[in-house]
Ligand binder design. Structure first.
Ligand code: NBP
Length: 479
């Protein structure tokens, strides 16, 4: 067998198979391999005419099929399977070769794998890939980490198979060293959770408070999708809401069990944010809302609890309310992106990654699940001021939130009065109000901590750290 393949893909389930086809359709010779060899044979049988595939059955054959330095992409289930595959292939590789992990790995695992393989001279490129199976085939958003050297070799190939933004720019950038790519992919997914939760809350308000049927709500989302909320998630929301169940003739959304599942990347985003001390309250509420929905027994046992029943609005009032919900959704969305980008900045600082936030927002403009017109504007904000401390410090976003806030508050007040749960909207507004508050009750918290634990506090009028002798005569001493 000649070593002719420019890239190899091992792990040919939906993602790996479609990425391999994407490389082949773009003119690359692709070696393909899967633990269960029938998947490899099926791929070549079904799609062999799309390009140059080299089907291999053993690890040795697979590695031998790759030109040097070798580019070997792993698309297996994240976690132990990734380690098993690395263990199988690494001994067959040589210094300078690259292993690209395109699975949804935890960035800490990626850091460990990168360190271990670096000792062998192998570049380990943890790469976030978003866009689902369609994206993998037609162009995903790609977030590679790893060394600069590996990006010089891989970048042009990834640029070719990636999604392209409206201005033609490929949705891939070298995010930073070691685990930076998987970290950014993790936060992407956290933001995705928040986006979906906020859309869900808007939907429920439009149904329960405005009194619209799912098909009418779908029309409202379609209209929103022509404005500043233009995004893939709003577009598919309209599709899902207008879908009718063939078996019952009912709206599809009414026959689906209302318990949301999750695979873990949203949870990781929140866990890491807690470690980094970054308030990602909107993302956290989105994760918790999925968790609450899944507690079927608890929910069943709680149905009798007292609370108001929403009373649907009349026609003109409903339309006016829908406009206000759009404002609330947009303002809350600005806050979740603000929180997500804060986490990326904090992760970059903690791990020494030097992540270009503008470049990250640019590669999310197409291909990935959170793709949206909005991301062009985030990029513009970071381009204008790369050291922007927060998206809310950008004048345009601050002005838009200022214009939206009366409606945002009104929508939340209505939701609270009518007993419609809106944890995402509420967390976003509290974050906003928390940041703008001239004084926070944290001063009282510090006093309590000093009282029960002598934890000390700082004063507004003098440098230093102090403690009050609470159990004694309450004089203040320097700590
Ligand atoms: P899965 O996550 O379902 O993984 C199936 C693949 O892993 C098969 O090729 C399977 O081989 C292989 N595999 C397993 Br399981 N254990 C293995 C082991 N010990 N050794 C070797 N191979 C093993 O596939 P997927 O949905 O295509 O996703 C692939 C990766 O991409 C995952 O990390 C996923 O999180 C990530 N991702 C998925 C999406 C998406 O939309 N699905 C989006 C973005 C990222 P077999 O055929 O022999 O069982």
């Amino acid at each position: 067998m000649s070593s002719s393949a420019q890239i190899g893909v091992t792990g040919l389930a939906v993602m790996g198979r479609n990425l391999a086809r994407n490389f082949a359709r773009n003119g690359y010779t692709v070696a393909v391999h899967n633990r269960t060899a029938s998947r490899t044979r099926d791929l070549v049988k079904e799609f062999g005419q799309e390009g140059d595939f080299v089907a291999t059955e053993t690890a040795e054959e697979f590695v031998a099929a790759l030109e040097r330095p070798r580019r070997l992409m792993i698309m297996v289930k994240a976690g132990d399977p990734t380690d098993a595959v690395i263990k199988e292939f690494a001994p067959l590789l040589e210094p300078g070769d690259m292993i690209i992990d395109g699975g949804n790995a935890h960035f800490a695992d990626t850091r460990r794998r990168e360190r271990e393989l670096r000792e062998q001279g192998i570049h380990f490129v943890g790469t976030g890939i978003s866009g689902g199976e369609e994206g993998a085939l037609h162009g995903p958003s790609i977030m590679p980490g790893g060394s600069k050297e590996s990006y010089a070799s891989l970048g042009p190939m990834l640029e070719k198979i990636s999604a392209k933004a409206k201005d033609g720019a490929p949705c891939v950038t070298h995010v930073g060293p070691d685990g930076a790519g998987h970290f950014v992919k993790m936060v992407h997914n956290g933001i995705e959770y928040a986006d979906m939760q906020l859309i869900g809350e808007a939907y429920q308000l439009l149904r329960d408070v405005a009194g619209y049927a799912p098909a009418q709500v779908a029309d409202i989302f379609r209209t929103w999708n022509t404005g500043r909320l233009d995004s893939y998630l709003i577009e598919i929301t309209a599709e899902v809401l207008s879908h009718v169940d063939a078996a019952t003739g009912k709206p599809f959304v009414d026959v689906v069990v209302d318990q949301a599942e999750q695979k873990g990347t949203g949870r990781w985003t929140v866990q890491i944010a807690l470690d980094l001390g970054v308030p990602v309250s909107g993302i956290a509420e989105a994760v918790f809302a999925r968790s609450l929905s899944g507690h079927a027994a608890l929910r069943a046992a709680s149905r009798h609890l007292a609370g108001p029943q929403p009373a649907p609005l009349s026609g003109a009032e409903a339309a006016a309310f829908a406009d206000r919900v759009e404002q609330a959704l947009y303002a809350s969305k600005i806050v979740s992106y603000t929180q997500g980008f804060h986490e990326i900045a904090a992760g970059g600082e903690e791990y020494g990654w030097d992540i270009d936030q503008g470049a990250v927002s640019a590669i999310w403009r197409a291909g990935c699940i959170i793709r949206a017109a909005f991301l062009d504007r985030i990029r513009a904000a970071y381009d204008a001021r790369p050291d922007l401390p927060s998206l809310l410090s950008d004048e345009t976003f601050a002005r838009e939130i200022a214009a939206a806030q009366d409606d945002w508050r009104e929508v939340l007040a209505t939701a609270v009065r009518q007993g419609v749960p809106t944890p995402g909207f509420a967390a976003a507004l509290s974050y906003y109000d928390g940041l703008r508050a001239p004084r926070l009750p944290a001063a009282l918290t510090q006093g309590q901590r000093d009282f029960f634990g002598a934890h000390t506090y700082r004063r507004v009028d003098r440098e230093g750290t102090f403690h009050t002798l609470w159990g004694g005569d309450r004089t203040e001493v320097s700590a």
